[in-house]
Design a binder for this molecule. Structure first.
Ligand code: CTP
Length: 217
C-alpha cells in the first residue's frame, strides 16, 4: 500500500445531553486502531479519525480526535476526497439529543424524556461521493439476521465491502481483544474467518482489501 492514502474511523461517539452527561456506546476503538496500524505496516499513509478512546496509537499515524457524530462527519468529509481507501469501523451514534442543555439538568419528576434526532450517516454519505477508484469499507455489528443486515448495508450505503461482527459469537465485539468476522464484498463473495486476536483480524481485513482491489490488476 505504498503511497496509498487511507482514512479509518474508530471508537464510539459521545452525544452530549448537558455539561456532565452524554449518550455513548461500548466501543473501545481497539479494532479500528489495529486496522490503522496494519495499514501503516503495509506502507499506507493513514489518517485515523478517533472518537473518545484510551487506546494508544502508533506515531506516524495522523490522529484526528473527535467527540460527536457531527465532528466525525465533518472530519471525514474533509479527508475522504484525497483518500484511496476508507474503512469506517467507528460505532457512530445513530441519534443525538435535539437540545444540548447549557446547564446541568436537575432531577424533577418521575420521568424524563429526551428528544433525539438522527445523525448524518457518514458511511452512506461517503458512499454517495465515492469515485470509481476509491475503496469504501463499512462495518456491521448485529445481534440477529446478521447476513441479511450486512448485505443490506453493503447495498444501501454503496460500500465495496462490509465487515460483519456478530454479538452472538462469544469473544467477539466490544472490549474483547479477540474478534470473529465475516467479510462480504459487492461481487457477492463471502469471506468467513475464525476467531482471532484483533491484530490478526486487522491483518485479514487488510489482506482481503489488497487481494480484492489491488492484487488483481
Ligand atoms: N455509520 C456511519 N455513520 C453513522 C452510523 C453508522 O458512518 N451515523 C457506519 C459505521 O461506522 C459502520 C456502518 O455505518 O461502518 C454500520 O453502522 P450501523 O450503525 O450498524 O448501521 P445503521 O445503518 O445505522 O443501521 P442499524 O443501526 O439499523 O443497524
Amino acid at each position: 500500500l505504498n503511497g496509498k492514502k487511507v482514512l479509518i474511523t474508530a471508537g464510539p461517539t459521545y452525544e452530549q445531553i448537558d455539561p456532565v452527561r452524554f449518550i455513548g456506546n461500548y466501543s473501545t476503538g481497539k479494532m479500528g486502531v489495529a486496522i490503522a496500524e496494519e495499514m501503516q505496516n503495509r506502507g499506507a499513509e493513514v489518517t485515523l479519525v478517533l472518537g473518545p478512546s484510551s487506546v494508544k496509537v502508533n506515531t506516524g499515524i495522523k490522529l484526528v480526535p473527535v467527540k460527536t457524530a457531527e465532528d466525525m462527519f465533518t472530519a471525514c468529509e474533509k479527508i475522504f476526497p484525497g483518500c484511496d481507501i476508507a474503512v469506517m469501523s467507528a460505532a457512530v451514534a445513530d441519534y443525538t439529543p435535539v437540545n444540548n442543555a447549557l446547564e446541568k439538568i436537575k432531577k424533577t419528576g418521575h420521568e424524563l424524556t429526551l428528544q433525539l434526532t438522527k445523525t448524518k450517516d457518514i458511511l452512506k454519505t461517503l458512499g454517495e461521493q465515492k469515485t470509481g477508484k476509491q475503496v469504501l469499507v463499512g462495518f456491521a455489528l448485529e445481534t440477529n439476521n446478521e447476513t441479511a443486515y450486512a448485505l443490506q448495508k453493503l447495498q444501501t450505503k454503496n460500500a465495496d465491502m462490509i465487515v460483519l461482527n456478530s454479538l452472538q459469537d462469544a469473544g467477539a465485539g466490544f472490549g474483547y481483544d479477540t474478534n470473529k468476522i465475516t467479510i462480504f464484498d459487492k461481487d457477492g463473495t463471502t469471506f468467513p474467518f475464525d476467531m482471532k486476536s484483533k491484530k490478526n483480524v486487522a491483518i485479514d481485513i487488510v489482506n482481503t482489501i489488497i487481494q480484492q482491489f489491488y492484487a488483481k490488476n
